[in-house]
Design a protein around this ligand. Structure first.
Ligand SMILES: *Cc1c(COP(=O)(O)O)cnc(C)c1O
Length: 400
């Protein structure tokens, strides 16, 4: 079956209160009821379509959640104030004291810090593994394991998770497979490949304008109801709620995601192929040389490409820093963390976004000092960008 996530978004139909082509924003934190009985039923979760209080649901967060669920092919979704708000609430919902998590060792720095430093306070412990090796993953599963956690394309090393393979393990041992799909919206649909829960940081490609943080959990109605339960739901009780105005603005940006992703992907593929030919150590899932190129190809919705993220190795931290400063001076992009912006963004993960990971472990996982992570922008003239970047690399001595 061909999966058409962008079609699913397009097929949604909402009107505003006054016939506006965008849904109205409900700029209220609380909602009135015509009868006291309906208020009670809403509290109990038995009054569909009624809104109670904005930490639970608002019309705007519901519209955005529905659109993201349509994109990921899940029953429903719950948006939150940040990607970390989504990640931590899912992990806290699925795990209690003495439970165990098997996680990829190459994950977002914040997620890593949460599992490594915070969750053990609650006696929830994590084994970090090379997620590309299913044998290692299976070997770490114990009777206490509840969650298998990974990113479809990992940050920052761009390792690719074999989601169908991990889903088989999850099924065999009755675990929840949680996939953070932030790096590959539309290109990969983890649910279709067997994931139970799909998470995004909306901050990145999905919103795409670097003006807000946001997150989403896509899953079954049951899972999302649990997360939002007023009795013991982690999303409800931790309270990382997205504001209605933001939900509305992210929904509007979501509608152009397919166009943006195609451009991010084709620009990144162009640069990755050129840099590799120039002899620069380049990692991009679209390159034949990527160890998981075939796995990615088998999982992807081909029309959206291999995504906008690539890395190069400049050889040393000094060269990486000099190159990034020069590229910024030449206005080829910004020296900034985060991703999915119209401009190219670059950073050296070892000393920034992955600095939560101890140096020793960075080395072990192949995170070198000279690594530069690029989120390739929407440049219309990518050949010109390439020529200018190449000139910068020559000046810094990354290529001779
Ligand atoms: C940014 C990011 C997060 C965290 O999202 P926030 O919106 O910053 O909380 C989680 N996972 C990945 C892969 C990310 O890139």
């Amino acid at each position: 079956m061909a999966i058409k996530p962008a079609n699913n978004i397009q097929d949604l139909k909402y009107f505003g209160e006054f016939g506006g082509v965008n849904p109205s924003i409900s700029d209220s934190s609380t909602f009135t009821f015509l009868s006291a009985k309906t208020m009670f039923d809403t509290f109990e979760g038995n009054a569909d379509g009624c809104y109670l209080y904005a930490r639970h649901t608002t019309p705007s967060s519901m519209y955005l959640g529905e659109a993201l669920a349509a994109m990921e092919g899940t029953e429903t979704a719950n948006v939150s104030a940040s990607g970390m708000g989504s990640i931590t609430s899912v992990l806290m919902q699925l795990c209690k004291a003495n439970d165990h998590v098997v996680s990829s060792r190459t994950i977002y720095g914040g997620t890593y810090a949460f599992l490594k430093n915070f969750a053990p306070r609650l006696n929830i412990n994590t084994s970090f593994v090379d997620i590309t090796c299913l044998k290692t993953v299976e070997a770490k599963i114990t009777s206490k394991t509840k969650v298998l956690y990974c990113e479809s394309i990992s940050n920052p090393l761009l390792e690719v998770a074999d989601i169908p393979g991990l889903a088989r393990l999850a099924k065999k041992y009755n675990l929840s497979l949680v996939v953070d799909n932030t790096f590959s919206p539309l290109s990969i649909c983890p649910k279709e490949l067997g994931a139970d829960i799909v998470i995004h940081s909306l901050t990145k490609f999905i919103n795409g304008s670097s003006d807000t943080v946001g997150g989403v959990v896509c899953g079954t109605q049951d899972m999302i109801d649990n997360l939002k339960s007023v009795i013991d739901g982690a999303a409800m009780l931790f309270g990382a709620t997205m504001d209605s105005l933001r939900a509305s603005s992210i929904l509007k940006n979501l509608r152009t995601l397919h166009i943006r992703i195609k451009q991010h992907s084709s620009n990144a593929l162009y640069l990755a192929e050129k840099f590799e030919k120039d002899g620069v150590k380049t990692v991009y899932p679209g390159l034949q040389s990527h160890p998981s190129h075939k796995i990615f190809k088998n999982m992807m919705n081909a029309e959206y490409g291999f995504g906008g993220m690539m890395t190069i190795d400049a050889g040393s931290l000094e060269k990486a820093n000099a190159l990034m400063e020069l590229m910024q001076k030449e206005n080829l992009g910004y020296l900034a963390v985060s991703l999915g912006f119209y401009k190219t963004l670059f950073s050296a993960p070892g000393s920034s976004t992955s600095s939560e990971i101890p140096e020793e472990e960075q080395k072990e996982m192949g995170l070198t000092d000279g690594l530069i992570r690029f989120s390739i922008g929407l440049d219309n003239d990518i050949k010109r960008t390439y020529d200018k970047m190449k000139a910068c690399m020559k000046i810094i001595g990354v290529i001779s």
